[in-house]
Design a binder for this molecule. Structure first.
Ligand code: ZN
Length: 333
C-alpha cells in the first residue's frame, strides 16, 4: 500500500508531464476504476475532457489534479487519484517522450536489480511486478501534446474521480504546493502530513497525549496526521525507542515529538531514494524489496537482529495490523 513518500514520488514524477496540459480525451477500459465518481463514468469523462491541469497537489496519501477551464478559470473541481494497493501512473509519448513502451519495463527491471525502487509494502517472495501495464491499463487520459497518462491498476482497489473544492478550515495554503486554501471535499478533515510546514505539530502532540489509544493507532489516524501507514509508523516508533502499544496519555511531550520526528525522517529518506531512482516514464509506486532490505530497521524484519541492540525483532498484531518492534530497546513508557 503506497504511503506518503510513494505518492509524493508519483506527484513529482507526473507533474512535469501534465502541468499546463489540456486533457483532450478519456478512454475508459475499466468502469470499476471510476466507481467513486458521482454520476458514473459518463460524468467523469464529461468533467475532465477539455480541462486544463493547473498543478498537482497532495496531502498525506491523497493526490489530486487542480483543473481549470481553457481560459485559466478554476473549474471548482479536482481530479482525484487514489492508487489503492497496486495503482501506477504511466506516461507515454508527448513533449517529454523518450522511447516509451519497452524502455519503461526494462528500466523498471534495472531499478529493481539495483535495489533503489521507491519503497512500498514488500511483495511476497518471487512475485513479479504487480501490474502488467498492458493488461492492467484501466483509464487513459490523452493530453494536448500527444502524451497519454495511463492509470494502471491490477487489483482495482484504486481509482479516479472528481471532487468539488472547499476551503480548508485553517485558512492556510492547503498543501505545500498550493497557492490557495482550497481542498477537495474528500480531503477536508484529513490532517496535515509530517512534510507540510503548515502542520501544527505541537497541537498534534497535545491531542495524542490526551488519548488513551495506543500510539500506533494514533499515528495511523488520518484525521490527526495523514500519510503514515504501517511501515512508517513502525519505523518512527523504532527510531523513538517506543513500543507500538504505549498509550498516548502516557507519553511525555518529548517522546511524542520524537515519534513524529522519527516518522518524518524515515519518510524523507524514503522520498530521497524514490526521487533519485525515479524514471519519469514509469511512475512507480509498486517498488520491490530493495529499499526494505537495506534501510528499514524494524518493519518486516521479524526474526532478524535489531540494528541498534541486536535483540531479535518481534512481530505482534494490533487492530489486525502487523507491528514489528524490538522488545528490548522499544519501551511502553
Ligand atoms: Zn533493539
Amino acid at each position: 500500500m503506497p504511503e506518503l513518500p510513494e505518492v509524493e514520488v508519483v506527484r513529482r514524477g507526473l507533474a512535469p508531464h501534465v502541468d499546463g496540459r489540456v486533457i483532450t480525451r478519456v478512454d475508459v477500459h475499466e468502469p470499476r476504476s471510476l466507481r467513486r465518481q458521482i454520476g458514473g463514468p459518463d460524468a467523469f469523462v464529461h468533467a475532465v475532457t477539455g480541462a486544463r491541469v493547473a498543478r498537482l497537489e497532495r496531502r498525506g496519501k491523497f493526490l489530486w489534479w487542480r483543473l481549470q477551464d481553457e481560459r485559466g478559470d478554476e473549474l471548482g473541481e479536482a481530479l482525484m487519484t487514489h492508487l489503492g494497493m497496486s495503482g501506477q501512473m504511466r506516461v507515454r509519448g508527448g513533449a517529454a517522450d523518450v522511447e516509451a513502451g519497452a524502455t519503461a519495463g526494462a528500466t523498471a527491471g534495472a531499478e529493481t536489480a539495483k535495489g533503489v525502487d521507491a519503497p512500498s509494502e514488500p511483495a511476497p517472495r518471487g512475485e513479479g511486478p504487480a501490474s502488467d501495464p498492458h493488461r492492467h491499463r484501466r483509464i487513459v487520459l490523452h493530453l494536448d501534446d500527444g502524451a497519454q497518462v495511463d492509470f494502471v491498476d491490477q487489483r482495482i482497489f484504486g481509482g479516479l474521480w472528481t471532487s468539488a473544492l472547499e476551503q480548508d478550515a485553517d485558512g492556510l495554503p492547503a498543501t505545500p504546493d498550493s497557492i490557495d486554501d482550497l481542498l477537495p471535499a474528500d480531503v477536508v478533515g484529513i490532517g496535515r502530513d509530517l512534510l507540510d510546514p503548515a502542520q501544527d505539530r505541537e497541537a498534534v502532540i497535545a491531542v495524542m497525549r490526551a488519548r488513551r489509544a495506543p500510539i500506533k493507532a494514533l499515528l495511523l489516524d488520518q484525521s490527526l496526521v495523514s500519510g503514515i501507514g504501517n511501515i512508517y509508523a513502525d519505523e518512527g516508533l523504532w527510531a523513538a525507542r517506543t513500543r507500538f502499544d504505549a498509550p498516548g496519555e502516557t507519553l511525555t511531550r518529548g517522546r511524542a515529538r520524537r515519534v513524529l520526528d522519527g516518522a518524518e525522517a524515515v519518510m524523507r529518506r524514503a522520498l530521497d531514494v524514490g526521487g533519485t531512482s525515479f524514471d519519469d516514464l514509469y511512475v512507480n509506486v509498486d517498488g520491490r524489496s530493495g529499499y526494505f532490505a537495506r534501510s528499514l530497521a524494524a518493519y518486516g524484519r521479524a526474526g532478524e537482529p535489531c540494528p541498534r541492540c541486536a535483540t531479535i525483532i518481534r512481530r505482534s498484531v494490533l487492530q489486525q495490523r502487523s507491528c514489528f518492534f524490538c522488545p528490548n530497546c522499544q519501551r511502553r513508557a
